[in-house]
Design a protein around this ligand. Structure first.
Ligand code: ZN
Length: 389
């Protein structure tokens, strides 16, 4: 009897801990070399579903690299982009992956979907979910029925055309309760006093937020530092709380496109779509309106300039933290030639980057610099011009 109670207590503790710690998050891979650019975002669900998704992504990534990684067709870099949608409803998860390949040889655009039953740990087909297959076949071509997503209020079929059907129009075999999204859009942005005679640098972080961002902003806050975060629109909802906290701490949020497509390759409408969708989701999720754009892969042309009112911000110190695995190297690249007004590029999607920042900030401070946001840096530059002018 004693033994049984002990086992029960241990089990309870284990279950309690793991349930609280496991959170959905997004995996981001951004890569670039002279032949290719790669931008991949997909959800990590901490269920068996990850196995299916990982296997698929790995296959696509390896095929792409094998095919295009070592060649440069007609002086054009080839691009692989994977975007996603993800809905976690009660006992089910619905995921779509949008695969986009653009090269001189081919342009491919297709969708893969998964509908996962958490309780029974298996994938479901549309037939498992609704009795209305005949009706759905009537309004669409039947090939559409293999690729679908379900969110709080609609079924979406992906075929030659994308068709949305309200959930309320369907007889469902499973129970999907609508989950209301809570949106709190009142965040107070702190007022800061900056001395324009101070030496300053701007730390900037691209491609986030990620599971590491919260630790980073807590550290910066503790050190009295602010930074600028150029976020991806498709990650904003998943990390809404972290973003709100980041804004509250006085950090600046900038726009880094919706899903990291290579903006210089897109037409004007798609460029506007990438930028505006990101502005909209940041605004509706946090109440904050970004003023800055950092174009993906740092590539800029007039098509981008002409299709946004946002200030375009690049950098003048590249830590190459996505390439170098060594914290020491990242720290050295960030701090070796420190100058007043430096804009330092990093990515808050790597654990090593957060470790590096914890070494970079003390060095910056010791050398007498304050870390400010890009808008603060711009403001200080204006004041300085006036003072000198
Ligand atoms: Zn980026």
């Amino acid at each position: 009897m004693y033994k049984k109670i002990v086992t029960l207590i241990i089990l309870l503790i284990v279950c309690g801990c793991s349930k609280k710690d496991i959170k959905n998050n997004i995996n981001t891979t951004i890569e670039e070399n002279s032949n290719i650019v790669i931008g991949i975002n997909y959800p990590i669900t901490n269920t068996k579903l990850d196995k299916y998704i990982n296997k698929e992504i790995e296959k696509i990534y390896n095929n792409f690299k094998e095919k295009y990684g070592n060649f440069n067709y007609l002086n054009n870099k080839s691009e692989l982009n994977i975007d996603y949608t993800f809905t976690d409803i009660n006992n089910y998860m619905s995921v779509a992956l949008f695969i986009y390949i653009d090269s001189s040889k081919e342009t491919t655009d297709y969708v893969i979907t998964y509908f996962y039953d958490k309780k029974n740990q298996k994938l479901l087909s549309l037939k498992d979910i609704t009795d209305d297959i005949d009706m759905l076949e009537d309004i669409t071509d039947s090939t559409n029925l293999n690729k679908f997503t379900i969110d709080n209020d609609k079924l979406t079929l992906y075929g030659t055309n994308i068709i949305d059907i309200p959930i309320s129009d369907l007889n469902l075999k499973i129970n999907i309760n609508k989950v209301e999204k809570t949106k709190n859009v009142n965040i107070e942005i702190p007022n800061k006093v900056i001395d324009p005679t101070d030496k300053m640098v701007a730390l900037t972080f691209d491609d986030g937020p990620s599971i590491y961002t919260e630790e980073l902003i807590e550290y910066l806050n503790k050190e009295g530092c602010n930074a600028t975060f150029f976020v991806l629109g498709n990650k904003v909802e998943m990390y809404a709380d972290v973003l709100k906290k980041s804004i509250k701490y006085g950090n600046e949020i900038g726009n880094h496109s919706y899903n990291h497509k290579w903006l210089i390759k897109l037409n004007e409408e798609s460029i506007r779509d990438q930028i505006n969708k990101t502005q909209d989701i940041i605004k509706s999720t946090t109440g904050y309106t970004p003023k800055l754009l950092r174009p993906t892969y740092g590539s800029i042309n007039n098509k981008i300039r002409n299709n946004t009112d946002l200030d375009i911000v690049l950098w003048n110190v590249d830590t190459l933290d996505w390439k170098y695995k060594s914290v020491k190297k990242i720290v050295s690249r960030a701090t070796r030639n420190l100058k007043d007004g430096n804009i330092i590029l990093m990515h808050d999607i790597h654990k090593r980057t957060i470790e590096a920042v914890k070494k970079i900030v003390p060095i910056i401070k010791e050398k007498g610099y304050t870390c400010v946001t890009i808008s603060e840096l711009n403001e200080v530059n204006l004041i300085r011009e006036e003072l000198n002018g």
